[in-house]
Write a protein that binds this ligand. Structure first.
Ligand SMILES: [Ca+2]
Length: 232
């Protein structure tokens, strides 16, 4: 009987250990892990912001041209035979915006404009590509700066087939702005907005990549609210 009693107590203690262990495991695996709010330890420019919204038509995937049964390429880029240094680009844009404290980001040294008619064709292709590829607004996940970066990247890549004697890139930039006034179906809104700027033989052209709207930089209704420009 004594042996049985010892087994009973040992069994009870082991059961207790198992139960307590399980309870601890449950606590440790609790999801989601709560992380205390932290103050950011870096300086940040607000690079995003609310942007155009609106219901989207159902997307037809692919950029297959049903009429010609081919993948539609971009219209071949037509460049202007003029080189601008980054200083010339910056000064020309500053003269038009005429505002203190503009921020410029240049990664290259020499820039070439495109023909305005080509830009018009490219924007038409871009609008069709957006519809066919399903490039659509999705809150922060794909909003103004995402549209602007993709528009710029797709435009910049057009230079690759062109034989160039010197190192240069297309004169295109993303523009960070406070959208105080409506332009191209976007705004007015609080926060910040990002859209595109392209150098052409008819001057600097603002493009709203979400809608394809275009205007001369000097006529852009938020000209005085531009914060900075990022060139390639
Ligand atoms: Ca975003």
């Amino acid at each position: 009987m004594k042996t049985l009693r010892v087994f009973f107590w040992v069994g009870l203690v082991l059961l207790g250990v198992v139960l307590v262990g399980n309870a601890a495991d449950t606590d440790q695996s609790a999801y989601p892990v709560q992380v205390a709010e932290q103050e950011p330890r870096w300086d940040t420019a607000d690079l995003g912001g609310p942007s155009a919204t609106g219901s989207q038509k159902p997307i037809e995937p692919g950029i297959w041209d049903k009429q010609y049964r081919v993948w539609k390429r971009t219209p071949r880029v037509e460049i202007v035979n003029t080189n601008y240094s980054r200083d010339q680009v910056g000064n020309a844009v500053v003269d038009i915006i005429d505002k203190e404290g503009l921020k410029f980001y240049f990664q290259d040294y020499t820039y070439i404009p495109v023909r305005f008619e080509w830009l018009e064709q490219y924007v038409l292709w871009w609008k069709e590509a957006m519809a066919n590829f399903g490039i659509a607004y999705a809150n922060d996940a794909f909003d103004c700066e995402n549209f602007a970066r993709l528009f710029k990247a797709m435009l910049d890549v057009q230079i690759i087939p062109i034989e160039l004697k010197e190192s240069k890139s297309l004169a295109s930039a993303t523009v960070l702005v406070y959208p105080k006034n409506e332009f191209g179906g976007v705004g007015p809104e609080s926060g910040t907005h990002v859209l595109n700027l392209v150098g052409t033989d008819r001057g600097w052209i603002i493009v709203e990549p979400q809608t394809g709207a275009m205007t001369e930089l000097s006529r852009y209704p938020n000209l005085k609210h531009i914060i900075g420009l990022a060139f390639g």
